[in-house]
Design a protein around this ligand. Sequence first.
Ligand code: NAD
Length: 260
Amino acid sequence: MSRFDGKVGLITGAASGIGKEIAIRFAAEGGIPIIADLNLETATATAEEIRATGADAFAVAMNVTDEAQVEKGTDDVIAKYGKIDILVSNAGIQIVKPLVDFPFADWKKLLSIHLDGAFLTTRACLKHMYAANYGRVVYMGSVHSKEASKLKAPYVTAKHGLIGLAKVLAKEGAEHNVTANVVCPGFVRTPLVDKQIPEQAEALGITEDEVIKNVMLKDTVDGQFTTIDDVADAVLFFAGAKNNALTGQSLVVSHGWFMQ
Ligand code: NAD
């Protein structure tokens, strides 16, 4: 028996980076990952890559800020598999700009993807989890759920907010055997971070190497990036929680950048 045999896990933002690795690792341990992402082609390509290993996987088009798409995507999963055991709310973006002239539209866009997306996907999955008396919800937080950095006002605000959402769900979900936890990675080399390096260099007036060394990895214990594999380990740990003993928690995976 593998840890996630027959479990159905909806993973948002699973066509790229951290979400994709979580889907691959979940499938390798017997789970059926639902690859939910903006673009059906890239989601389907990821699902096909996983199916090529002999595992099952299913792709759904889901903009997590769109209530109708979230409801339809989860309905499609229920129609196919009859349940959703695990939700990994992972879809996210980054926009870096100084607070003093942060465009309101960018503020709202970022908060919507991280917070509305977490809320809408949670609500859509919860009714099925409550009916089944089982659910494991994992939110993708960040060291920025605990710590601030310059230029990241909405991101830091949203990532702190996810901890509040997880704590409420931990309390409300307990009687239905639904747990909620947050994984908080340090910097991971994904498209989201690769895009930020030149942007931060320009905003801070330093080189890209200096952004990596003196901004991103400055406070780690070993100058190393966190890997997608490190993050998947922590997510699957929470996704496999046996009971409510492990709920309402947040776990930082950051090479010691942030210590509790
Ligand atoms: P990524 O850019 O590689 O992947 C993000 C995925 O989310 C993409 O596939 C994208 O299409 C999808 N997405 C974006 N907006 C969406 C929407 N509205 N609806 C559905 N899907 C959408 O980024 P990543 O680094 O893998 O980030 C994944 C999560 O990890 C994010 O929540 C991010 O904030 C968090 N995180 C990343 C890092 C890091 O250093 N990379 C660190 C801490 C936390």
